[in-house]
Ligand binder design. Structure first.
Ligand SMILES: C[S@@+](CC[C@H](N)C(=O)[O-])C[C@H]1O[C@@H](n2cnc3c(N)ncnc32)[C@H](O)[C@@H]1O
Length: 273
């Protein structure tokens, strides 16, 4: 079960209007073009922004997410009819023989145990054609972005079309090793409703990610940092992919790109792509 933010219809409707700048997805669109991908599987597609973008460029797109409410928002978007939407989690992926699999935003971090992550990587492998690639991102634990996840630094009041003003903020609830838990609160000024969404993300280091990808299934790996990085501000909210205010402080690793099939070596270019 995904977090309330993605599963509860009223909250899923807020996802895009609360975070309209999706320039973080440009890196993925560039990768799809660079690789000449014709079939893309977007895991944890949420409200489907990347899926619709790529489908609009003529790619065959399969977009999967376990949150029905988010998929419902996605299906109403222009161009959504060209996307194949699949209501599933990352462990039960359709056998699509994709050229490229993507996990954007915080998706790679929702798999909090090593076993879950390993199962997902195996499922991704099964969904890729030989020679296909996985591209994903993950926040850099060294930045400790969660230190800014408090009401004082994250409070916003946003006027949402057809809904009215909504107040939102984030409170850090627990840090346990590399597991970071937080609560997002939503106050709907229109009817006074207060909803919360609890989340836990795992912050894997670059080395840990590299180790998790080191196996016979994967070949050359490279990683960079997105130019206007999702979570580019250390005080940006955790549920957001990016702050909309590039600060030059990069807090994410990625996209990490890995190739199926045979493992040879891991390669992290020194510069952001
Ligand atoms: C922060 S949102 C990112 C959504 C989208 N990728 C984006 O960039 O806007 C995280 C997404 O991960 C999805 N998710 C949570 N658990 C998942 C799982 N086990 N398998 C696949 N997706 C999952 C949630 O439903 C949610 O849509």
């Amino acid at each position: 079960m995904a977090d309330a933010h993605f599963e509860v219809p009223r909250l899923a409707e807020l996802y895009d209007p609360l975070d309209p700048d999706r320039s973080d997805l440009d890196a993925y669109a560039r990768l799809a073009a660079e690789f000449g991908a014709r079939t893309v599987l977007d895991i944890g597609c949420g409200t489907g922004t990347l899926a619709c973008l790529l489908a609009g460029r003529g790619l065959e797109v399969i977009a999967a997410d376990p949150a029905a409410a988010s998929l419902e928002v996605a299906r109403r978007k222009p161009g959504a009819g060209r996307v194949r939407w699949v209501h599933t989690n990352a462990t039960a992926l359709p056998p699509v023989q994709a050229d490229l699999v993507t996990m954007t935003g915080n998706v790679a971090q929702v798999f909090v145990t090593g076993e879950e992550w390993a199962v997902v990587l195996r499922a991704v492998h099964g969904a890729l054609r030989p020679g296909g690639r996985l591209a994903f991102e993950s926040r850099d634990p060294g930045r400790k972005a969660w230190l800014g996840w408090n009401r004082g630094q994250t409070y916003r009041r946003t006027v949402i079309p057809d809904t009215g003003p909504v107040q939102t903020w984030v409170d850090l609830t627990k840090v346990e090793g590399d597991l970071v838990s937080f609560r997002t609160t939503f106050v709907f000024d229109g009817d006074g409703a207060v909803l919360t969404s609890d989340s836990t993300l795992r912050f894997r280091s670059r080395g840990e990610l590299a180790d998790s990808l080191a196996g016979p299934a994967w070949s050359s790996t490279r990683s960079g940092t997105p130019p206007t990085g999702p979570g580019s501000s250390s005080s940006s909210s955790p549920g957001k992919r990016h702050s909309g205010r590039p600060s030059g402080r990069r807090v994410r690793l990625g996209p990490v790109v890995i190739n199926r099939p045979a493992w040879r070596r891991l390669w992290f270019p020194p510069k952001a792509r």
